[in-house]
Ligand binder design. Structure first.
Ligand code: HEC
Ligand code: HEC
Length: 237
């Protein structure tokens, strides 16, 4: 019994060596779009003192953060039907997950709609908008594949353990080299952030963290969505 488990682990590790580690260059535009979704104002060097005109007055955030796509539509892309259905990020704004089947033209119209104030072409180039659209069409994960109704991770902790080495070279063997949430007391490492915000962590593992050189699991490291979910599961359990 023990031996067959060992053999399974060895075969899986060999498979991982062959399947990951090669990058997935057709996903690079999707990575760029995903990082714009995460924090385009930082990537474009923009700061805003007023809030975005579509951001509701009852919301808790002000200024630049109200211009970020994720602040209104969520890290799970589900808006008011997902993690932002309540709590400090609540705005009542809908998600965009269902927009993945829309055409490029329809999505471009939405991102350039000056009538609703949802015109981002003032700040983003046409290449940026195209990358955002590629992210919407192929990059958004169905978060229900990763998390059950109680918010518990659904992947394999064991497979995640085999992959976590890809992270610890930078994040340190305890995952705490960087403080990943300075708004909280004490150093917040990988495990802390994964438990506090699994949806954000899935997005970061998949697409990287803007302006830090953190690689995208999918575009740069050749991970699959299942691999990303396994890493999250390892961090949460
Ligand atoms: C200040 C909040 C806010 C920000 C920031 C924001 N949006 Fe929106 N977005 C909205 C609102 C409000 C709607 C309209 C929803 C509706 O029709 O009820 C919308 C609609 C959309 C839709 C169409 C959804 C649908 O079902 O019709 C897409 C796609 C979208 N946004 C993508 C983005 C992207 C990409 C970004 C970042 C570049 C972004 N949004 C930034 C508030 C925001
Ligand atoms: C090349 C180095 C590097 C690698 C490899 C790397 N990261 Fe990071 N990561 C960073 C840096 C740098 C930051 C930003 C730290 C800071 O805010 O000071 C970061 C930030 C993060 C964040 C926090 C983002 C936030 O919201 O603040 C998460 C979550 C994260 N990494 C997870 C991972 C996981 C999981 C892996 C493995 C799949 C990984 N990282 C691999 C360098 C790396």
């Amino acid at each position: 019994m023990k031996n067959s488990l060992l053999v399974t682990i060895i075969i899986y590790a060999i498979l991982l060596i062959f399947t990951s580690g090669c990058n997935n260059s057709e996903m690079l535009p999707v990575k760029k779009g995903a990082q714009l979704y995460d924090n385009w104002p930082a990537l474009k060097g923009k700061k805003f003192s007023q809030s975005h005109q579509s951001y509701p007055k009852e919301g808790n955030k002000k200024g630049t953060s109200t211009f970020k796509c994720q602040e209104c539509h969520g890290w799970d892309y589900l808006g008011n039907k997902g993690m932002y259905a309540k709590g400090p990020h609540y705005t009542g704004i809908k998600g965009i997950y269902e927009m993945k089947s829309k055409s490029k033209k329809d999505l471009l119209d939405i991102l350039k709609n000056s009538k609703t104030g949802h015109d981002f072409s003032k700040w983003l180039s046409s290449e940026d908008l195209e990358n955002l659209i590629k992210f919407i069409q192929v990059g958004m994960m169905d978060v229900s594949l990763a998390l059950d109704d109680n918010g518990q991770a659904k992947g394999s902790k064991l497979k995640g353990q085999l992959l976590i080495g890809k992270c610890l070279g930078c994040h340190g063997s305890s995952g705490k080299r960087y403080d990943l949430d300075r708004s909280k007391p004490g150093k917040q490492g990988l495990k802390d952030i994964a438990k506090a915000n699994p949806q954000e962590t899935l997005h970061k593992i998949s697409w990287g963290h803007p302006q830090t050189g953190m690689p995208s699991g999918i575009a740069d490291l050749g991970l699959s969505t299942a691999n990303v979910i396994d890493i999250l599961t390892h961090l949460m359990k």
